[in-house]
Design a protein around this ligand. Structure first.
Ligand code: UD1
Length: 428
């Protein structure tokens, strides 16, 4: 497996194009199953998770055509045409679901369109147990019958789904997306209560609306969907990746650099930008994106707690911890979304960070300087937090198991080296 080698200590300066959002693209791709016409997505990021879902869709009978550069403003985003003229198979196999949990997003569209869908039950994962009970309860509320058979969840609705009220006992991004898609082809009206409010949900709703769906309230906790007998094709541009943008904002801050994040949208990152502001990072909105640098001198230890949108995103927690590791004073970082999402702590400690974990909170006492070390990560955001730490550390950091990084960050080493970082990929 490839490694990334970083020699730290160089401030990042220049422009970085923020790509299309992985977490928006995945549900948008699953939405192609809702129509027999062509759904075209532009500004699609080039990432391993996108290829995994493309493989799954092709197994289900979707015809896919991926074309070159279609990104906005010079990004490398691609154009993907998907046509689910006929669904050849309604089962998402173990091999693909195991690789990527978001595969479960095909379940809602499959049951809604074919009256039948099955997905391998995803096993445990590096950041907690991550069950899919909320997805299943939502489909049941729309009349599906759910059964567990030999490790597969089978959902059946031979006479189609029926609109109803779906009350989520806990906010879930994936379950909201799954049920939102399914409700578009259910008969009658569906109301989602305590729905997730992430920008990716709004993006999905916009695309579904372009496909002929009737949706109100996306971006709020209460979404109403009036079901249609069929949806049609559409063309839709994937929104910019707020997590990639937030990550590079922290890269600018940790290296005491100055980056223009082209395509980044402040309104998708409010709470993170507020916390960064308190920590001493100056973020200015420009007409093309966000300009990020330190306000003055060393960063200040600042607390953060992860919450569902519009709160501080759990997907930026590890990166923020790397940033706080070199700040002046202490920071308390609390993770409320996922259990077991502090796997980066022992690795950051190998680079000299001073972090103590108490349950769901980590107390980070800032140190003067981190030092390079060989490190390894077991999940996507943990990996990139080690890249950030490496950019700021004295000496050489070698990041092993780059596979995780490639799932969510496109050409990370190219984007960073173009801004002055000493970073390279060493193929195995
Ligand atoms: C999505 C994002 C992921 C992000 C997360 C939280 C994608 C592809 N992934 O993941 O990057 O970290 O939102 O912002 O968009 N839960 C249940 N039962 C369920 C579903 C979820 O208990 O059926 C729990 C989870 O274990 C977790 C919490 O609900 O503790 C939130 O998870 P959820 O919002 O569903 O995350 P994902 O959609 O998997």
């Amino acid at each position: 497996m490839d490694r990334i080698v970083i020699r730290g200590g160089r401030p990042l300066e220049g422009e970085i194009y923020v790509g299309g959002a992985k977490n928006a693209a995945l549900p948008l791709m699953a939405a192609c199953l809702l129509t027999d016409e062509t759904l075209t997505l532009t500004n699609l990021p080039h990432l391993a998770d996108i290829s995994t879902l493309a493989k799954l869709l092709s197994t289900l009978g979707v015809e896919l055509h991926m074309n070159g550069n279609g990104g906005a403003g010079g990004s490398s985003g691609r154009v993907l045409e998907m046509t689910a003229g006929r669904i050849a198979d309604t089962c998402a196999p173990y091999d693909l679901v195991r690789k990527m949990r978001a595969s479960v997003l095909v379940l809602g569209p499959l049951v809604a369109r074919e009256g039948l869908g099955s997905v391998s039950l995803p096993g445990g994962c590096a950041i907690g147990t991550r069950p899919i009970d909320l997805h299943l309860a939502g489909l049941e509320a729309l009349g599906a019958e759910i059964e567990l058979k030999e490790g597969y969840i089978e959902a059946r609705a031979p006479n189609g789904l029926t609109g109803g009220e779906v009350v989520f006992p806990k906010v879930s991004v994936g379950a909201t997306e799954n049920i939102l898609m399914a409700a578009c082809l259910a008969s009658g009206e569906t109301r989602l209560v305590n729905a997730a409010r992430e920008p990716e949900i709004v993006d999905l709703a916009n695309c579904l609306t372009a496909m002929g769906a009737e949706i109100e309230g996306a971006g709020t906790a209460s979404i109403t969907v009036r079901g249609q007998s069929r949806l049609h094709g559409a063309r839709h541009e994937v929104i910019a990746d707020r997590i990639e943008a937030g990550t590079y904002a922290m890269a600018a801050a940790i290296t005491d650099g100055d980056l223009h994040l082209v395509g980044a949208r402040g309104e998708h990152l409010r709470s993170a930008l507020e916390v960064l502001g308190q920590a001493g990072v100056a973020v200015t909105e420009t007409n093309r994106g966000l300009q990020v640098r330190r306000a003055n001198g060393r960063l200040q230890g600042t607390d953060a707690m992860t919450e569902a949108f519009p709160g501080f995103p759990t997907d930026l927690q590890a990166q923020f911890m790397a940033l706080m590791a070199t700040a002046q004073g202490a920071a308390m970082i609390t993770e409320t979304i996922f259990e077991n999402r502090f796997m980066h702590v022992p690795e950051l400690a190998r680079m000299g960070a001073n972090v103590t974990v108490h349950g769901a909170s980590a107390l980070v006492r800032g140190v003067e300087r981190l030092t390079g070390a060989p490190v390894m990560a077991t999940d996507l955001r943990a990996s990139v937090s080690l890249v950030l730490a490496g950019l700021a550390a004295e000496g050489e950091t070698v990041l092993n198991r780059v596979y995780h990084l490639d799932r969510g960050y496109e050409r990370v080493e190219d984007k960073l080296s173009a801004c002055g970082a000493d970073i390279r990929r060493v193929p195995e």
